[in-house]
Design a protein around this ligand. Structure first.
Ligand SMILES: [Fe+2]
Length: 208
């Protein structure tokens, strides 16, 4: 990263995946830096709000996004999102990825967790029920996921994280029966290999 400066001061919002980096002054990249993946965007002037329909099934109309970055290999997202005034969604969602969010402005209210105001933050692990939710005056927020965001919607507020995970796996069996069967087979389950990205470091591998 080069030196940063702004004319009137600013607040920085920094997110890290696995821990704080060690900042070392240098005129060269770290050997593992993903220079080709660096994105610099003026999200206020340079991007327009769009429907959040790249996530299927999608959230209720009125939640718009500016997708800042989508990792091409994992589909992990970094995005700005807004909710229009009087936004509401009456179902319950969970994901197979974790997600985190920071409210730049506005308050939304979640059935399970209460109100998240301006400056509020959450990190939510996978499989956790969240929703219904609503916002009286609207929200501007920043969010991230660690892999592809899929909305598993339902209307059972009492389902447990384990039941939600079972349900997601059952959906995978229905939607992709051949792949699911192969991954569970003795030959298939052991570290599937992508010839296109042989060096990708998988989270679920312990070096073995
Ligand atoms: Fe979510």
């Amino acid at each position: 990263m080069p030196a940063l400066s702004v004319p009137r001061g600013a607040q920085g919002l920094l997110f890290y995946n696995s821990g704080e980096p060690s900042f070392v002054e240098s005129d060269a990249d770290h050997p593992l830096a993903l220079r080709s993946q660096f994105v610099s965007v003026d999200a206020y002037h340079g991007l327009q709000w769009r429907a959040a329909d790249f996530v299927k099934p999608s959230v209720a109309p009125g939640c718009m996004v500016k997708l800042l970055r989508s990792d091409p290999l994992t589909h992990a997202h970094s995005l700005l999102y807004c909710m229009t005034p009087n936004y509401w969604q009456d179902n319950i969602s969970y994901h197979d990825c974790c997600e985190e969010s920071y409210h730049i402005w506005g308050t939304s209210t979640m059935m399970q967790f209460g109100a998240l105001p301006t400056g509020g933050y959450f990190w939510r692990p996978e499989w956790i029920n969240h929703g219904a939710f609503a916002s009286e005056l609207g929200v501007l927020g920043f969010g991230r996921t660690h892999s592809q965001l899929h909305n598993y919607f339902h209307f059972n507020p009492w389902s447990s994280p384990a039941e939600n995970r079972e349900r997601a796996a059952a959906q995978l069996r229905r939607h992709k029966p051949n792949l699911s069967r192969w991954v569970r087979s003795p030959d298939g389950h052991n570290h599937p290999h992508d010839f296109e990205y042989p060096a990708f470091e998988y989270e679920d591998e312990d070096g073995g």
